[in-house]
Design a protein around this ligand. Sequence first.
Ligand code: ZN
Length: 506
Amino acid sequence: MIDNLKRLKAILAEETDLSRAAAVLDWDQETNMPPGGVAGRAQQLSTLMTLAHVRFTSDEVGRLLDALESEVANQQFDSDEASLVRVTRRDYEQERKLSPELVSEVAMAGATARPHWEKARRDADFKVFEPYLEKNVELNRRIADALGYAERPYDALLDRSEPGLKTSELEAIFGEIKSAIVPLVADIARNADAVDDRVLYRGFEPELQMQYALDVVGRLGYDLNRGRQDISTHPFSTSFGPGDTRITTRVSHGFFNECLFGSIHECGHAMYNQGIGENLDRTPLWDGASPGVHESQSRLWENLVGRSRPFWRHFYPSLQAVFPEPLRGVDEETFYRAVNRSYPSLIRVEADEVTYNMHVLLRFELETEMLDGTLKVRDLPEAWNSRVKSYLGITVPNDREGALQDIHWSSVSFGIFPGYTLGNLIGAQLMEKARADIPDLDAQIEKGEFAALLAWLRRNVHRHGRKFTPNELLERATGKPLTAAPWITYVQQKFGALYGLRAARK
Ligand code: ZN
């Protein structure tokens, strides 16, 4: 046992190091690299990722797993060793099922489609992108077939990002969201004047915004001895191990929300990684449980904490001191309402808390239909536009602001979008339990104290890394599998109050 485990861990450590080296190159590309570096960087990344893949999918890893599975059979399900063998087996089987030819065809298709998607989006001309999307749908289908599935092809893709979750379960959850949120969006639209957010556009000095955001994320618990903040076009967080987890943000003089809420969001991701047990380092367990669980941490801090009234009761005086000009004559309540303004919009990444999940629902429906073959790629724009109209009540003027807006479908990546909504649901479900366990949580937040909340998340989520599937983690942390109820109640109450709506609809 000792020898097999030692040998497996040595291989996994090498694979982790190769992947982390690739992540450093990726971070550099997004933050510092001159434009001339693009071609060379693509080669370097491809070399490192290929080495990591070859190392991980070797026959030796398969033999070691075979031997270790019987050796750990008597260990606790959540022990480090049993978890390592179980999760490594899952990853190994998935990677081995995809032939090197299919993997390289998928990589090539993404690289080929990208410039055509960019042109199509620029010119708002879906026809330019259509043949490439057809190819990508076909490849998604081939991946699903290679991985295998019991009910629907989408199950195979979903299981890769959110282990254990079925398409039918997700359809039921989205159905609940739809019936609660479509009427709420309409109610808010009728009372749109109740919230005024013009203050956010009064002009905020970028340097001061960056400093303020960095100060806030430090107060929330982001450990800057093991992290840093830089600027990039698309904000992200990335980890090279327990000692180095970085975030990026962007800053706009003309719009306040981007920098601060972007920073809090990414710091939520980063604090998750900073909290993973060091005992799991340099193994496949040293990561978040899934993209959806990862997104729960960013959305929890960004929205459930950062857009809450107690948060602004604490921070507004210092914000006003840093920005006396734009905030002159603006009281805390007005500012709290402004950062929570909800309105139907065309672009997912700019959507507020209420409407955001409708954007994800739409993509999930269209992805599954294209994969099942019930929706033809050429009919996508029409299907998109009619659903935006029925879910959000607005008209899509062109495909740039419709079906062409996201980069995701330019590569072979079906199954990723649901994670964004799962993040909102899981965040609310965890927060509901954290509130029950920490009765004076709001009072603590009002005093600028976040340590108890962070400790709760560390104990129930972070330290476990990838040991558990999303539902296993939720069962352990909250006593229940994934449910939409806490999130639906949260938005109905919060936005019902903000917009002066009558008692939340059933
Ligand atoms: Zn995120």
